[in-house]
Design a protein around this ligand. Sequence first.
Ligand SMILES: NC(=O)c1ccc[n+]([C@@H]2O[C@H](COP(=O)([O-])OP(=O)(O)OC[C@H]3O[C@@H](n4cnc5c(N)ncnc54)[C@H](O)[C@@H]3O)[C@@H](O)[C@H]2O)c1
Length: 374
Amino acid sequence: MSEKPVLRIGLIGSGFMGKAHVFGFASAGKVFDLPFRLEFHTLADVSDEAARAAARAFGFAHATGDWRAMVTDPDIDLVDITAPNALHREMALAAIAAGKHVYCEKPLAPTRAEAEEMAGAAARAGVTTQVGFNYLGNPMLHLAREMIAAGELGEITSWRGIHAEDYMADPAAPFTFRHDPAGGGALGDLGSHALATAEFLLGPVTRVMGDSVTVVRERPDGRGGMRRVEVDDISRAFLRFASGASGSIEASWVATGRKMQHDFEVYGTKGALHFSQERFNELHFHSTADRAGLRGFRRIEAGPDHPPYGLFCVAPGHQLGFNDLKAIEVAGFMEAIAGRRPEPFGFAAGAHIQTLVEAIRTSAQNGTWIDIPE
Ligand SMILES: NC(=O)c1ccc[n+]([C@@H]2O[C@H](COP(=O)([O-])OP(=O)(O)OC[C@H]3O[C@@H](n4cnc5c(N)ncnc54)[C@H](O)[C@@H]3O)[C@@H](O)[C@H]2O)c1
C-alpha cells in the first residue's frame, strides 16, 4: 500500500479556536480515511515565546512569533488562521499569494469588500479554502436538510433562527477584538453562524430587514480607562428566502444564562423541526401525519444512522462534542484539497455570509428592506 502524501499545517493563533482546530486535525486523521497524512509543522503567535509554549502543548515541530515568515515557508502546505478577525484578510492574502490552501475562522473578514477580495484572490490562485462554520458539519443538521429537501415537512413556510450567548453580558467584560468598530459586534460574530445555518437548510436569502442595539455603551479598555462601544450587542433580522419562506434570525451576546443557543425552528405544511445546539445530538420532529392524540415533537437522538456519527462512535446516543464538529470540518476540507469534492464552505461562501451581515447592518441604520444580489 502506498504512503499517503503529507500535508504540513501552519497554524496562526493558539487561543480558543486554535486549540479546537488542533483537536479537529488530530482526530480527523484517526476518525476519517483522509487523503493526506497531516503534520503539525509550525505554530505562529504574537511572540516567539507564546508560539513556543503553544507549539510544545499542541505538538507542533516549529514555532515562530512572525506569521509572515511562516506563510511563505515552502514546507507549509496549509495555513490555518485562528487570529482575530481584523487580521484574517492580510494573513489569508499573504498565504494565498504563496500558493497555500487556507483555513480561516469566521467571520471571514470584518467587511464584505475584504471578504470578497479574499475569495477573489483564492479563486484566481486556484487554492482550496475553508471557513470555520463548524455547526454545519453536525449530522443532525444534515438529517434536517435531507428531510426538508425530501419534502417530509411539506412546503416550508417559516424559519426562526437564533444564536445567543452571554459572554458579553457583564458590563465589566473588557473591550476585545470582537468590539472592533470595523466589523465587530454580535451580528458578525454570532449572527453569521445563524445566517449560515438558515441558508444551509432553506437555501438562499433574497431580502433582509435588520434592527441592532448596543446595550453596554462602554467597556474597560484594559489600561485602566473606558472605551466607547459602537457595535451591536443584539441584532435581529427578518429574512425572505428565494423559496418564498419567511423567517427571522437573532444574534445576542448579552443573553444572560444562554451559553450556546444556536437554535432553529422550521415549519412546513406537513411538519416542523426544532433544534438546539445546547443539545446538538438531538433533532425534534413533528409530523402532521401522526394520528390525533399522538401529535407532538419526537426526539431523534444522533447515532450511526446519521453519518459520520458512526465513524466516531458505534453506539447511538453517546453523543458527539464541539471538537468533533471541527474534525468533520477538517475532513471535508481535506477531501476538497484532494479534489474529491467541492469546497464544503469556502471563501466564496464566507464572503456571501458577509454580504448578508453587511446588508442587515445597513438595513438596521436605514430602516429599509435590502435586496441581496444573487
Ligand atoms: N467557529 C466558531 O465556532 C468560533 C468560535 C470562537 C471564535 N471563532 C473565531 O476564531 C477567531 C479567533 O477567536 P478566538 O476566540 O480563538 O480568539 P482568542 O483570542 O482566544 O485567540 C486568538 C489567537 O490569535 C493570536 N494572535 C493575535 N494576534 C496575532 C498576531 N498578530 N499574530 C499571530 N497570532 C496572533 C492570539 O495570541 C491568540 O493565540 C475569530 O475570528 C473568531 O470569530 C470561531
